[in-house]
Design a protein around this ligand. Sequence first.
Ligand SMILES: *Cc1c(COP(=O)(O)O)cnc(C)c1O
Length: 396
Amino acid sequence: MRLELASGDRLIDGMASWWCAIHGYRHPALDRAAREQLERMAHVMFGGLTHEPAVRLAERKIAIAPGALGAVFFAKLCLQFQRACGRPARTRLLTVRGGYHGDTFGAMAVCDPVAGMHSAFAGVLAQHVFAARPPDGFDAGLDEGWAAHVGELVERHREQLAGIILEPVVQGAGGMRFHSPACLSLLRDLCDEHGLLLVLDEIATGFGRTGALFASEHAAIGPDVMCVGKALTGGYLTLAATLCTRAVSEGLMHGPTFMANPLACAVALASLDLLDGREGRQPGLDAGVPGSSRGPGGEAWRERVGAIEAGLRAGLEPARELALVKDVRVLGAIGVVQLQRDVDVGAATEAAVRRGVWLRPFRDLVYTMPPYVIAEEELASVAAAVVDAARAGSGS
Ligand SMILES: *Cc1c(COP(=O)(O)O)cnc(C)c1O
């Protein structure tokens, strides 16, 4: 859980290295998986050849994925599907404002057009269709006005649309905002009605972060395409995967050079074992709770994320009293304090470090997404540090 600075100071990590180091650092099981795979083979091309870690990881992911996702690509897909369906004019995507999907050009084109600086890249980025941000609030239910607005946009652009893409339930880097799972259900219905694919970017929300294994489960819907990354390897190595239904996977496709790297796949398998609690006990929040996180196919992560959610709700409560705080919100292992102004990052970081905690605020947000292995006292320190950082970072 701790990062040691050159000064010798040790900081509890409240960020999980941009949300991916869910098991903390130097986890013995993940270290072992990487070492053992290294002794067999570090890499081999994934075209014409396949290998055991990739096959096992793909099977495992299909087993835990929501809905009817039956194929895995270890790389970047909807236009080809529409073309195969005889609808080549359908080349655009519909998405919502406030999203973040990455910094490559294809991904940037569906990021929030203002925050993603679309005007600076006019003529380079593909022109997609943007709906208003889903209204705030996990418990907000479906906003009829928003539903009508999205329905009208889909209707108007249906002959050009290949699919709808968004981050389900939590918009991460675009502002750490939560919306109602009912929005996802609406988009699923619209996709079905108009022959569009529903693409859910679960790169930030996947693997338990929001209190469900995948955020789409809050809405009890299955996407046609699902993107995972970040926590897939427990933060050890770069690896992303795109899961899709069999119908979508027909006739695909090529990928990048290091696609399905065996080291990364081996560590990802070990990380999924840890999430299930298959690798024995960790000194985490549920240490001492008999019978928890045992046996094959357990849900050790659910208990940990639940405990973190309770700890963050209690620990962040004092932030509501601060003068320049606009909102305090918690979902799963995500705790957010939103200020009325942009954070003074230097002052906020310093306040957190004084509490022995590493945080990285951005825009108007001081937040934490800690590793799931965080102990109760450590979590209390992180929450106190978020409150202190919000106070210092707002200049109040
Ligand atoms: C971080 C993130 C990405 C981009 O992943 P990279 O590994 O940084 O390319 C895409 N979508 C979401 C929702 C993310 O949080």
